[in-house]
Design a protein. Structure first.
Length: 458
């Protein structure tokens, strides 16, 4: 016990003396000819009122440049009301402003310098509490990124509640993690033409954002990048995006449509979950993976095109899509995940083109068993004998894909009939399920192209 007490006594000076010197009520640690702002002790609560950090400080005859703010420097400074940060600061440490609940404003003199600061985490940026960024006495509302800036750092404008618009010039290549997170009044963001990477949480919680154009230069949209942007109605995704991250557009409840370009190969976990106004969805054939619950609770979704590039439908992929009435599962799919169609209570028709029933689970189809299951004629018995498929109340045969006239053969006659049907706008003389080769719920020139390519290939 006495050794523990001795250890605690020895520790006390460390707790009490967490700085090298103090000038005008601000505490510093020396690092060569530079200093970092720190706290009086690790217990926090050192500062209060309006704090102004100088660009330089002189102590014992030596002048130091203030270049950083140490981790936990302003920890628990709930009485601090504003902070002025000089343009010499380039780094702010982990949780430097944690629990600074009384902050109302952050003052800077150089926007380019502010954009050059590296924030170690979200609590490192005082804006996360203050909300108001003041540049040379003027509140920042319409942000124009300076031309010399090439990247917007992580958490750069986190929680900047006055920000209403952002203009990013060509030359900026990355928007960092949480860069504009919780900018609740941000209604317009022009991303320029050179951004290649949109980081995790980049625009999370931007409640006023109504539309976004993601330029062709972008290849990656990060985790929760536009999550909870509940006013977002239109999204244009550039044709070089390859990956849409976890929950990237989750809970964008006013998003009615989305065009996924053919560059996309990976749609991650929950990417569009909770997009309750989304009515129609076409997934391009470039997509090889869609994560679990990617489109769950898209409660207005009535139709979906699943490409033959997919080999499985992940767990819960369309769960809670209560308006989904018709779906076609291509022959490439070999596995239907758990809860894949759970809660799709409006389902009336399922087409499954695989000759061998895909692996399914007890929960794969939820309450969809009242729907009519259409399969190839020579696969009907296999489906009627396979667990979880055999539970459908009605399993019926359809002609093979491409057999437009239903004569059991796929030939040039089917091409002619399909063209006539498209030109006349009539489907009376054809089998629409066999003619809709791109599985988008309608007949168009793409179906003709696919059928011709099939005949030439065979």
């Amino acid at each position: 016990m006495k050794y523990l007490l001795l250890f605690l006594v020895l520790l006390l000076p460390v707790v009490a003396m967490a700085y090298d010197f103090e000038v005008d009520g601000i505490y510093y640690m020396i690092d060569g000819d530079e200093v970092a702002v720190t706290c009086r002790s690790s217990l926090g609560g050192t500062y209060s009122g309006d704090v102004v950090i100088p660009a330089e400080v002189t102590y014992a005859g030596t002048t130091y440049t203030v270049t950083s703010i140490y981790r936990d420097a302003f920890y628990k400074c709930g009485g601090m009301t504003s902070i002025a940060i000089p343009n010499t600061v380039t780094e702010i440490g982990y949780a430097a402003f944690n629990l600074c609940n009384g902050l109302t404003s952050v003052h800077i003199t150089d926007l380019e310098a502010w954009l050059g600061i590296t924030f170690s985490n979200f609590d490192a940026n005082p804006l996360s509490y203050a909300g108001h960024l003041v540049l040379n006495g003027e509140t920042v509302t319409d942000l124009v990124v300076p031309g010399s800036v090439t990247a917007i750092h992580d958490w750069a404008f986190e929680g900047c509640t006055d920000l209403t618009s952002v203009t990013i010039h060509d030359g900026v290549t990355a928007i960092g993690n949480g860069a504009f997170i919780n900018c609740i009044e941000l209604s317009r963001a022009d991303l320029g033409n050179t951004v290649t990477w949109i980081g995790d949480d980049a625009f999370l919680g931007c409640l006023a954002l109504t539309g976004i154009v993601i330029p062709n230069s972008v290849t990656y949209i990060g985790y929760e990048a536009f999550c909870d942007c509940c006013s977002l109605t239109t999204v244009t995704i550039g044709d070089h995006v390859q990956e849409i991250g976890d929950f990237a557009f989750s809970n964008c409840t006013n998003l009615t449509g989305i065009n996924i370009p053919h560059s996309v190969t990976y749609i991650a976990f929950g990417a569009f979950s909770g997009c309750s106004s989304l009515t129609e969805l076409t997934i391009p054939s470039s997509v090889t993976y869609i994560g679990p619950v990617a489109f769950s609770t898209c409660s207005s979704l009535t139709s979906v095109t699943i490409p033959n590039s997919l080999t499985s439908l992940s767990d819960g992929i369309f769960s809670g899509c209560s308006a989904l009435a018709r779906v076609t599962i291509p022959s490439s799919v070999t596995t239907i995940g758990e809860w894949a169609f759970d809660g799709c209570s409006a389902m009336t028709t399922i087409h499954c083109w695989a000759l061998e029933p895909p692996t399914a689970f007890p929960t794969s189809f939820g309450d969809c068993y009242g729907a009519v299951l259409y399969v190839h004629a020579d696969a009907v018995e296999a489906y009627r004998q396979t667990d979880y498929w055999k539970d459908f109340a009605m399993i019926q045969a359809v002609p093979p894909a491409g057999d437009v006239d239903g004569d059991g053969k796929v030939n040039i006659d089917d091409v002619a009939i399909l063209i006539d049907s498209i030109l006349l706008g009539s489907t009376d003389a054809i089998n629409i399920d066999s003619a809709d080769l791109n599985i988008n719920g309608r007949l168009d020139i793409d179906d003709v192209t696919i059928l011709i390519d099939f005949l030439l290939g065979s």
